[in-house]
Ligand binder design. Structure first.
Ligand code: PXG
Ligand code: PLP
Length: 448
């Protein structure tokens, strides 16, 4: 065995860091300077050495009602006292049905059937498989292509990275990507939209690229378009006014399904249960995860239109209609947490609270315009990003240093490339938003 990394944090003395391979992390650098969280409550983490860290990212865009909301904790504990697990294949438990009904009631239009998975990545796999199988059961099996978008993030399954548009997530796996996938251009264009507040007014025409792609491949070969209504992972890229409606219109014209990947945009991030509602554009399938239960227990899934579900409910009744599912599809603890989270969102009016916080966050974050290195500030709902000029010869280093500085001084933010992103929980106070923004400002001023 090699020299082993040991935590320098005194309260975690002797904690061996070596065996764990961290996801999306520079492991060697991390293990030299670890950031280890041991507790959380509301808007704050506590580190192993007892420091309080203000959570500027709702976990990873998931703890939308804050950490360890007592009602959700209580529901999970109560569920654990009743039922730990029941197979979802050929049996099911009460909480799964209750949560599916609640989600169907919240989802727009006739999106009223829910298939459970455990993560956003599985939710995406599920939606893509439903889309393919849907066309097949209707006699259109030649519709096999998916259209994603540059800079898109749809998790890390082979389906998700194929339709995704993040180069680093794809290049090592190129030989195994799905065939027949094409990509729309992204809508990130600083020349035309830098420092936009909310939705940029430029860029709706970029949706017309879909028409060109359809003409290239022929509509009869295309199963679905999958998009994040607002791109989260790539650094909060907000859709231009009118863009999503045009995408919807082109899909309709050609019988192509539209999937909104709402893993980040759902459950309060944009002040609604679904971004579809905020943008007034109804997709055929919605993927969700993260905020559905405020990040408490892994849960994801796909919500589909009535007609999609019904297309499968043909043929002999003793046959399985869709050969897909997970051991933990709709785990009882995850569903109990989901039901409680939905109750918290409703009782505490957290969607309205998010909408009310939005202008405050917008003003605060745009006050960073003019600070060193800042080339763009953008925001929508409770999501915002600051894009930095990359350091010559050291792309991403500036943002990484800002991230580290903020953590060391008491706030968790996110960086991706040279972009700092924040996504506070719906329960954030003004003073907490101020604190996050002031720490970013201070970090920018000391970062070369
Ligand atoms: N779709 C979208 C739109 C996402 O944002 C996934 C799918 C995958 O979900 P899972 O649960 O499999 O991770 C995501 C996840 C970030 C960040 O900081 C974003 C995500 C995950 C981790 C970090 O940008 N999004
Ligand atoms: N691999 C093996 C060997 C399995 O038996 C199973 C499920 O039974 C899986 C993978 C899939 O696991 P999950 O259903 O948790 O996605």
């Amino acid at each position: 065995m090699n020299e082993r990394a040991i935590s320098p944090d005194p309260s975690l003395a002797g904690l061996d860091l070596e065996a764990l391979w961290l996801p999306f992390t520079h492991n060697r650098l991390f293990k030299r300077e670890p950031r280890i969280v041991t507790e959380a409550s509301g808007m704050y983490y506590t580190t192993g050495d007892g420091r309080r860290i203000l959570d500027g990212l709702s976990g990873l865009w998931c703890c939308n009602a804050g950490h360890r909301h007592p009602k959700i904790v209580e529901a999970v504990v109560r569920q654990l006292g009743r039922l730990d697990y029941a197979p979802p294949f050929q049996t099911m438990h009460d909480k799964g049905f209750e949560l599916a009904s609640a989600l169907a009631a919240l989802a727009p239009a006739d999106l009223d059937h829910v298939f459970f998975a455990n993560s956003g990545s599985e939710a995406v796999d599920t939606a893509m498989k439903i889309a393919l199988a849907f066309h097949r059961v209707r006699g259109e099996a030649n519709r096999f292509r998916f259209i994603g978008r540059a800079k898109g993030y749809h998790g890390v399954g082979f389906g998700g990275i194929s339709v995704g548009g993040m180069v680093n997530n794809r290049k090592a796996f190129a030989p195994a990507l799905l065939p027949g996938v094409d990509h729309l251009p992204h809508t990130h264009d600083l020349e035309h939209m830098a420092f936009s507040r909310g939705m940029p007014t430029w860029g709706a025409h970029l949706a017309d690229e879909l028409e060109r792609i359809v003409q290239l491949h022929d509509a009869s070969t295309i199963a679905a378009v999958i998009l994040e209504p607002m791109q989260g992972s790539a650094g909060v890229i907000v859709p231009p006014v009118g863009y999503l409606a045009r995408i919807r219109e082109i899909c309709d014209r050609h019988g192509i399904l539209l999937i909104f990947d709402e893993v980040i945009t759902g459950f309060g991030r944009l002040g609604h249960y679904f971004a579809a509602e905020r943008f007034g554009v109804t997709p055929d399938l919605i993927t969700f995860a993260k905020g559905v239960n405020s990040g408490m227990v892994p849960l994801g899934g796909a919500i589909v239109r009535k007609g999609i579900y019904e297309a499968f409910m043909q043929g002999p009744e003793h046959l399985v209609e869709l050969f897909h599912g997970y051991t933990y599809s709709g785990h009882p603890l995850a569903c109990a947490a989901g039901l409680a989270a939905l109750e918290v969102y409703r009782e505490e009016e957290l969607m309205a609270r998010a909408l009310k916080l939005e202008p405050y966050l917008e003003a605060a974050i745009h006050s960073l315009r003019g600070e060193p290195h800042v080339i763009d500030v953008r925001n929508l709902g409770l999501a915002a990003a600051i894009e930095l000029e990359p350091r010559p010869g050291g792309a991403t280093k500036r943002a990484m240093e800002v991230f580290h500085w903020c953590f060391d001084h008491g706030a968790m933010v996110r960086y991706t490339g040279d972009i700092i992103a924040i996504g506070p929980a719906t329960v954030a106070q003004h003073i907490e938003i101020d604190r996050i923004v002031e720490l970013i400002r201070a970090a920018l001023r000391v970062t070369p």
